[in-house]
Design a protein around this ligand. Structure first.
Ligand code: 5AD
Ligand code: SF4
Length: 510
């Protein structure tokens, strides 16, 4: 009898946690059709690169990687190469001009269609391009399937860049691949926004849980909503991820239960703006606080987190949950972006410095030990030195535990792309380094105050030194300590012994 040869895939993930979730989901769906994941790229029949285009640098890096993958294709002409995520959505079929050896280009909303396509796709076919929100095809004779082909509304920028997170010195935390701007015509940008507004029933996002029986990671991501309606002036996400859509609550709860039953101790609920969950037009109208309360009640779930929240959408009922849900961890990522009211207004953030500070103080009232992290952009168009200093001063006032800080980067389609008063690159870099120096001192002080305290740690991997384990505290600090490998995936008590700006050193409590 003939044994069918196993088909192997490898997924490389850039960008935000939502991309990590999407990649894991695609992996599960492919495995459901008989594919197997491989760590060895030489063995892969299909390599899929899940991309990020939030800032130009991130996007350029992705394109560079795609170009390098050509060597793999030369070695193995039957290898299928696919690209997903925001670069795929942004560039669509134009990506084929730059990287013609691609077989598949798929925007983030259409990832679930990949396994089906892979059943028949071969290197001799024309490349398949799927973008926009819908599903459905125009038949095999038209392998380019744009439901909302936004590529026409994009600038021809050859370089490209969810929330970004590690890496190079100038911008903090831009993610490297993980296994698991140009100018735009304003009328074109508006056209795209209008098209999104008119697109039909778009408020429900259904991602039926992939039928998984394998153990789940100790710490899992769970997407609850996708897209964004906020159109912050600098941000390309609403154009690439589409309008806000929430998953039905039963679907989310079922997936959370399955994760816990398969061993997850920690779940992070994901969305571009999780606080908008269920709004508007969601079937039963239950909001994010209701969802959080239900997920929190799942027996066996030790840690619950969520990201990302918009400060303008933080009702008192949600704040109160930080005081009442025991497994809701004492850490919150609350993007600030700027500390000047004028810059916040230009960014279209719809809160003021005072409102942000009031929210922080009400959160700290219900959970005094709450650790806060944030995102900050320096050098937004028109930002003056004084306005920049207001941001620095706000960091000193709030005393965030950590920040992700970025130089403003022009993105196609966004309002800021067309704004006057662009700040020169050197000035942005200089502001960024001043801001980061101030924050580094704050973070170090906060970390030094933890020395001597006992922390609960979820052991996630190994530290750099032999015999060292590494994990995270409930308040999201990275801590390394000596311990046996059989503690991987467990919760242990560790006493903090030393502090640095990015991590802590500890000793297992006896
Ligand atoms: N330039 C610089 N930073 C940006 N971000 C989003 N868009 C841009 C841009 N055009 C940052 C914001 C956001 C984080 C995910 O990425 O700080 O919160
Ligand atoms: Fe982008 Fe603003 Fe939406 Fe966040 S809230 S994804 S920054 S548009």
């Amino acid at each position: 009898m003939h044994e069918k040869k196993t088909r192997n895939f490898q997924i490389l993930t850039y960008g935000c946690q939502m991309n990590i979730y999407d990649s894991d989901r695609l992996g599960a769906l492919l495995r459901g059709r008989g594919w197997e994941a491989t760590e060895n790229r030489e063995e892969a029949d299909f390599i899929f690169v899940n991309t990020c285009s939030i800032r130009e640098k991130a996007a350029r890096r992705v394109i560079g990687h795609l170009k390098r993958l050509r060597e793999m294709k030369l070695k193995n002409p039957a290898l299928l190469l696919g690209v997903g995520g925001c670069v795929a959505e942004q560039e669509g079929k134009k990506l084929l001009d730059e990287v013609p050896w691609l077989n598949l280009v798929v925007g983030p909303s259409r990832l679930d269609e990949i396994p089906e396509i892979m059943e028949t796709l071969s290197c001799s076919d024309r490349p398949v391009v799927l973008s926009g929100q819908g599903s459905g095809t125009e038949g095999p004779a038209a392998p380019i399937i744009p439901m909302l082909d936004k590529t026409d509304a994009l600038s021809p920028t050859p370089g490209l860049s969810a929330p970004p997170r590690g890496g190079e010195a100038e911008d903090s935390k831009e993610v490297s691949p993980k296994r698991a701007g140009g100018s735009t015509n304003p009328s074109q940008a508006l056209l795209t926004e209008e098209k999104l507004e008119k697109s039909g029933s778009r408020r429900i996002l259904s991602l039926p849980p992939a039928r998984e029986t394998r153990p789940a990671p100790m710490s899992s991501f769970l997407t609850i909503m996708s897209g964004c309606d906020n159109y912050c002036a600098y941000c390309v996400v609403p154009y690439l991820r589409g309008p806000e859509r929430s998953r039905p609550m039963e679907e989310v709860i079922a997936e959370a239960r399955s994760l816990v039953a398969r061993g997850s101790l920690e779940i992070t609920l994901l969305g571009q703006n999780v606080n908008s969950y269920g709004r508007p037009g969601h079937r039963d109208g239950r909001d994010f606080a209701a969802l959080l309360t239900e997920v929190s009640a799942i027996e066996g779930l030790k840690r619950l987190r969520f990201t990302t929240s918009h400060p303008k959408d933080f009702p008192d009922g949600l704040v109160a949950l930080f005081g009442s849900l025991p497994n809701l961890c004492e850490h919150l990522h609350l993007p600030l972006q700027a500390g000047s009211d004028a810059v916040l207004a230009n960014m279209g953030r719809r809160y003021t410095k005072e409102k942000y500070l009031a929210l922080v103080s009400s959160l700290r009232k219900v959970r005094p030990e709450l650790a806060l992290s944030t995102d900050v952009i320096v050098g937004f168009p028109g930002e003056t030195e004084e306005q920049f200093l207001e941001t620095v001063s706000l960091l000193e006032t709030v005393r965030f535990d950590s920040i992700y800080s970025f130089k403003y980067s022009d993105r196609p389609m966004t309002k800021a792309n067309l704004m006057p008063g662009k700040i020169p690159e050197e000035e942005k870099a200089e502001r960024l380094s001043r801001l980061q120096a101030v924050q580094k001192a704050v973070t170090l002080e906060i970390h030094q105050n933890l020395v001597g305290l006992e922390k609960e740690v979820l052991v996630e991997g190994f530290g750099r030194k032999p015999g060292q384990l590494s994990g995270r505290t409930r308040d999201m600090k990275i801590i390394n300590f000596d311990g046996p490998a059989n503690l991987l995936g467990q919760l242990v008590k560790v006493t903090v012994t030393e502090a640095w700006p990015v991590s802590l050193l500890g000793k297992m409590a006896t």
